[in-house]
Design a protein. Structure first.
Length: 97
């Protein structure tokens, strides 16, 4: 399966992306989806195949969603994924850092 895909970034929520087949009319997408997503800004066009890897999404899930519902919504990472974990020895020191 090969899909020409446009990927839009949400201006409302950092890290939220919407994948749609390239020729999709955004007005045809569900209103509730677009209310959640907000204003869309084109990030890039991409050819998606089963062999391609994506940074944060499973390509098979993206392709399945594009075929079944006509879009794939990539949610931002959870907040705890942003945390930087300090080495244990820094967490338990008595003197100020």
């Amino acid at each position: 399966m090969k899909v020409m895909c446009s990927i839009y970034r949400s201006k409302r929520k950092q890290g939220m992306y919407l994948y749609v087949p390239r020729k999709t009319d955004m007005a045809e997408l569900p209103e509730s989806l677009m209310q959640l997503f907000g204003a869309a800004e084109l990030a890039m066009d991409l050819v998606l195949t089963e062999q391609r890897t994506l940074a944060r999404e499973d390509i098979h899930k993206v392709l399945a969603n594009l075929e079944s519902q006509g879009y794939h919504l990539q949610m931002p990472p959870r907040e705890d994924e942003y945390l930087i974990h300090l080495p244990d020895e820094l967490l338990y020191r008595n003197d100020p850092i």
